[in-house]
Each structure stands twice: as C-alpha cells, then as structure tokens.
Design a protein around this ligand. Sequence first.
Ligand code: NAD
Length: 478
Amino acid sequence: MKKITIAKGDGIGPEIMDAVLEIFNSANVPLEYDEIQIGEKVYLSGNTSGIEASSWESIRKNKIFLKAPITTPQGGGYKSLNVTTRKALGLFANIRPCVSYAPYVATKFPNMNVVIVRENEEDLYAGIEHQQTDEVVQCLKLISRPGCEKIVRYAFEYAKNYGRKKVTCFSKDNIMKQTDGLFHEVFKEIAKEYPEIESNHMIIDIGTAFLADNPDQFDVIVTLNLYGDIISDVAAQIAGSVGLAGSVNIGLECSMFEAIHGSAPDIAGQNKANPSGLLQAAVSMLYHMGINDKATQIQNAWLKTIEDGYHTADIYSKEFSKELLGTKEFAEKIIENLGQLPGQLQAVLPPKNAIITLPVYNRKPRKEKKLLGVDVFVHWNGFDANEIGNKLKSIETDELQLSMITNRGIKVWPNGFDETFCTDHWRCRFTNKQNISILPSEIIGLLNNAILNEVEVIKTENLYEFEGVKAFSMGQGQ
Ligand code: NAD
C-alpha cells in the first residue's frame, strides 16, 4: 500500500484532517499515513522554518504531502513554510480549480468551471531584492526557458487528460518583451504540439477583466507566478467558493496538496470548520496518484451532500440549506453518500489519465552570443541629465561610448524632456559605435575610469546579442 505524509497543522487543521481521513477510511482508499508535526509548535520551539529535518525526510521519501493549514506566528523572523516547501521541493505548478456550486453556494456565475495553472517557482517570487540608491529599490524578475516549458506543457497535458478544450495564456509581453515575451513565445511553441486543444493569449489586465466579468469563456488559464497568485484568488472568490477550494502544488518528484484557507483560529476546536477545501485537495491528490475510482466516488458523494443541503456554518443559508452540520457530522453525511451521484450538480467522471508526466528537460547547445556593450547604473544626486551626460562622457573608452541615459526606464539623455522626473538612479548605456562585439576587459576599463572620475557605479548589466538578435530592452522614448 502506498504511504503518504500528512500534517494536521494548527487551528482547525486537526479537525478537518480527521474528517478527511475518516472519509478516506470509509471509502477504503488504499493509503497509509506518515504523520509529521509542522507549524506553530515547531516555530515556537526555535525552528524558524516551522519544519524539522526528519519531516523533510518523510516528505522526500513518500513524495506526496497532504497538508492542513498552519499558523505562522507574527514577527520573530519566521519563514513561510509554504514558500519554503514549494521552492525546496521544486513544486513548479500550482493548480487551482475554481468551480461554482450554484445554487447551493451563492455566486454570480453559476456555470463557472475554470482551472488556473500558475507557475510557482520563478518571477518576482525569487525574492532577489536590493536597495541601490537612497531613492530606489529593485526586485529581480527571473524567467527561465525550462521554467516556462514545464508549466506550459503541464497546462496542456492537464487540459488533454482532464478533457478540457482550451488553454489561455495571460502575460504582459507588450511591456516586458524579454521576460513575459519568453513565456508567451514558449506558449506558442508548445501549443502547436496540441492541435486538438484551442489556445489563445490575452494581456493580463484585460484578461483579468474578462475573467471577472465573464469567466465562462475560460477553461484552463496558464500564467506567470505573480499574475497567477492574484487571478487565482479573483477566480476562487467569484466562483463563490474560496472556503471550498483546494490547491495543488506539483513537482517532478514531490507534490503538496492543501486547502486555500488558513488555520481559522477563531473557530478552532469548535467542530464548526468546513473540511471541504482540504477534501477537494485530497481528491486532486488521489487523481494525481492514479487512484481515480476512489477520487470520483468521494467527489460525487461530496457534491450530493452539498446539493442535499447539508451544510457547515460558513455556507449555511435559510434558502438553500436543509440542516446545519458540524465538521464531524458533515463528514459522516459524505460517508453515507459514498456510492451515490448528485442529481442536480454535474457528477464527475474519472479523467482519461490523471497521471501527468513531463519529458526531461534537455539543455540545448549554447547559442552564438556577442557582447555589444554595458548598462552602467549610477547613483547620482543631481537632476540635470545633461550634467550627468557630460560627466559620463568623460569615462568613455576607445571601444565603449555613451549612447543613452535613462531614469526609471525613460530616456533623459540625449534630448530628454524637462518635464521628466528624475530619481537618483541613472542607467547609462555604453555601446560600440561600429556595433562590433567587445571584450569583457573593455568593461573593466570603463569601470576603472568611473572610479577615477568619482562616478558611483551601483551595478552593471551586459548587453548581448543572441544569434544576431539584440537581447535587451531599448529605453522608453529611444
Ligand atoms: P483564515 O483562512 O484562517 O480565516 C479567514 C476567515 O475564514 C475566518 O473567519 C475563518 O473562521 C474562516 N474560515 C477559514 N477556513 C474555514 C473553514 N474551513 N471553515 C469555516 N470557516 C473558515 O485566514 P486568516 O484568519 O487570515 O489566517 C489565520 C492563520 O492562518 C494565520 O496564522 C495565517 O498565517 C494562516 N494561514 C495559513 C495558510 C496555510 O497554511 N496554507 C494559508 C493562509 C493563512
């Protein structure tokens, strides 16, 4: 029998986990459980990560982790266990099905059934941040080809296996042509391999507006980390089911399954919590493990319980509920309904093949790459772009000449506008007039000149061309 790792967490965690395990046992789900301690007690014992080394061992051995919510103590430098787990275990995909259960759960969109596939490891969440001048801080947005390929392929494989018809990509590549541009480019490449699945792209802002206004036009949405974080909450909220939704974090080796909600300390220990979010995550876990018959049976019993009007307090309404139940009694009702199908809500069918395997990433041969120049970032307290322009011209070398200065991306030299507001953070671009490739030692020479002329360099970025294509952004207004 397959063993998985479970953690009962904090607050309502133990009550909702017990309810899920009770349902699993009654349905004869063929699993064994290895229980670990995570969360508040571990944090307060002085472990700032909230998880012991032996618990990592259990998760890495069993590869499947069903996690109840935890309480992160305020202050004290405690690290988010969720972020640590996602990154340490390489959980690259966050899958959030957002489904309406109208009329039993209030929603403006009774037919909504959208799956958000969010990239989970990259983007601004790499957490690489620096203060560079008195006035300017930066956060690096890192997007990689393997990262894009994994998540986009996962979205198409998910659509194929779960009988979904369309995958929509959300990005902001009209502005971020390199980073979001790569994501969109990979999406177009991989979409061609799945001609049976419709594909389209939307700019994230108008896409989110359409999602909030008419979610029925979407099926599967794949997007980058930050956008996915935001739209998955928007989508869950408009489905009316934030408290009912599960979240799935998939890696090539390990995977973690949890409810979206937190540990709800206000109702902990009162037998009031709704176990549905964790149950939805647990059902997705069974599909992921290929235990499809049990997953389908439990999901249909849950749908029947919801439509029969047996509700916990968070979704109870005089109009649509028949009886208010506690956590335990709600789980017992689901157990009674095992083997039955819902009559009103659509019954679920097992997916064609829920086990998604991705090809191993093969690094391609290096492309021909030319160094064309360098962006030198300078901390300077003045406001007059012509003054810094003259100062920076004095550090030019034989091979590298000042071609442009921008401030927060807007060109201010040569021929900037007086109206443009300038901070103390200046990007000074040095390139070769003949547009030929330069040696890295030229950049060292330039930086030496900067030191001699008391120019305060805070960082540099090399300007490259890959196979004849310039691989850096132009200045706005250039
Ligand atoms: P929360 O989701 O715990 O609670 C928000 C509100 O929703 C509360 O009124 C609560 O009673 C209610 N609620 C939540 N889940 C419910 C359920 N299953 N049934 C019925 N009602 C439910 O969010 P919060 O209050 O902001 O956070 C409480 C703690 O949870 C914090 O320590 C936070 O750090 C933690 N948290 C953990 C996770 C996680 O482990 N994945 C996620 C979010 C928050």
